[in-house]
Design a protein around this ligand. Structure first.
Ligand code: GLN
Length: 486
């Protein structure tokens, strides 16, 4: 079977064939490694892959004790470079961690391995996951696989590009304000941010701990659902995970009949459809809503009145937490050390040479909003408004709505270098940051194209109700068929 043919089949099918011996155990890995080469995914090409370990992955596949329970038997999964692995560096796209290899592995990596997956590559990202274009990496920009002049989105742009280029069908990213959903939308693939507390953050390098979650990219809804299924669940190593049973996210995959969404109420929050929204994007969302209605769902307009405050609140809360979390990169404990005049001089030299401009900006912003004179005026108020944003969601879901439908991003993939104003870049997450502030699950899936570039539709659900979100996602994907990519 050719590489692309193998990679055109769902991960669940291929893994089942490998687990039962119908396919050679190295078939999926070989296909991924071949496409990594042919798509030129590494430096000098897409620059989506920062580090790779073909030999280690081959050895991993050879050492597998295959059994039918392994849901990812022999499957190659690409992992964002801020998730700790023992086999390759974990640099967070930063010079300050150049060459750093973690002495332990993230819980999500352990769970992937237990399911039979191998990790042959780490992917490029905006430094410390701060950005929306993967232009902030110390290791160079990542290119959009469909148009090399454009960005793949960010901060998990490397993982999104790898999946969109057909190298792997599942990849891990991380989400603080939209870093999985936004690049998924730009690249025409599926991206999921789970409920806060659904997936362990142990081994995910912290950016803003009250917002961060590991997220999953998939070629299709089913690949993403399977990926999340494997990594979800309470973890004693992360006290912010919750012991809520993990539902069968793939339960709705085979739903047949012409009304698979009977009884489901879909809300369209008016604040996500402003006057300024590109009419072509609005039309694609309308088309999706029509499909959902035809599948038996009720679609109604709802309001999340505090939506416009999400970006201002996010850019107080996230930098505040980042300034504290990034204090550990001091030239003593990890990675880079630049000598200076005494201990203080060493800290200063290390941090000013190790961090890029966006990370420095966030640390300054965060230190400012947490300082004694400004804490009440900025941080405390932002926390109060964050509560209002979360309450908006609680009220809408308590009012009988199961899933919300919105655009994922205000635009399609933009040209690299075209957004030099940080504020303009920050607005990329206008439709995604709310879910992180509220802690609810959300996903982006392809719903069509504008000028040949992918557009994402976002589905959001109430806390720990990923199953309903996937149920709607499966049905919409099937109803759209090839429309999703045309
Ligand atoms: N673009 C947002 C930021 O720069 C979100 C990043 C993320 O989700 N990690 O903070």
């Amino acid at each position: 079977m050719s590489d692309s043919l193998l990679l055109s089949r769902s991960v669940a099918e291929v893994a089942a064939d490998i687990a039962s011996g119908r396919l050679p155990r190295d078939a999926a890995l070989d296909a991924s490694l071949a496409v990594m080469e042919s798509a030129n995914a590494g430096p000098g090409g897409l620059n989506a892959v920062l580090w790779s370990d073909a030999e280690g992955a081959r050895a991993g596949v050879a050492a597998l004790t295959l059994n039918p329970e392994q849901r990812l038997a022999g499957i190659a999964v690409a992992v964002k470079d801020n998730i700790a692995t023992r086999t390759m560096p974990t640099t967070c796209g930063s010079k300050i961690l150049e060459g750093y290899v973690s002495p332990f592995e993230a819980t999500v990596i352990a769970r992937l391995r237990a399911a039979g997956a191998v990790i042959p590559m780490k992917t490029n990202m905006d430094e410390f996951a701060m950005g929306s274009s993967t232009e902030n990496s110390a290791y160079g920009v990542t290119r959009h696989p469909m148009d090399h002049t454009r960005v793949p989105g960010g901060s998990s742009g490397g993982s999104a590009a790898v999946v969109a280029a057909g190298v792997t069908r599942i990849a891990l990213g991380s989400e603080t304000g939209g870093s999985v959903r936004q690049p998924a939308a730009f690249c025409g693939i599926v991206g999921v941010k789970p409920t806060y507390g659904r997936v362990s953050r142990h081994g995910l390098v912290a950016f803003a701990s009250s917002l961060d979650q590991v997220g999953v990219f998939g070629t299709t809804v089913d690949d993403a659902a399977l990926g999340l299924q494997v990594i979800a669940g309470v973890d004693p190593l992360d006290s912010t995970t919750l012991d809520v049973p993990v539902a069968d996210y793939r339960a709705a995959r085979g739903a047949t009949g012409d009304q698979p969404l009977a009884g489901v109420v879909i809300g369209r929050p008016v604040e996500y459809f402003p006057e300024s929204l590109d009419p072509r994007m609005r039309a694609l969302l309308d088309r999706s809503a029509d499909h959902l209605r035809a599948l038996g769902a009720e679609v109604r307009d709802v309001s999340l009145p505090h939506t416009s405050l999400a970006i201002p609140v996010y850019y107080i809360v996230a930098p505040a937490e980042a300034s504290s979390n990034l204090a550990r990169f001091d030239g003593v404990r990890y990675g880079l050390r630049v000598e200076g005049d005494g201990l203080r001089g060493m800290y200063e030299a290390t941090r000013s040479q190790g961090f890029g401009p966006e990370v420095t900006r966030r640390i300054l912003l965060g230190t400012y909003v947490l300082s004694a004179g400004y804490y009440d005026a900025y941080y405390k108020r932002a926390m109060a408004v964050r509560r209002l944003i979360a309450d908006d969601f609680t009220k809408v879901f308590a009012g009988g709505v199961h899933v919300l439908l919105t655009p994922t991003t205000p635009s399609t993939a933009f040209v690299a270098g075209s957004r030099s104003d940080p504020y303009e870049m920050y607005m990329s997450d206008i439709f995604t940051a709310t879910a992180n502030l509220a802690g609810v699950p959300a996903m982006s899936q392809p719903i069509g194209r504008i000028d040949g570039l992918p557009v994402g539709g976002q589905l959001l659900a109430s806390h720990f109700d990923e199953a309903t979100m996937f149920r709607v996602g499966y049905a919409l994907e099937r109803a759209l068929g090839t429309e999703a990519h045309t």
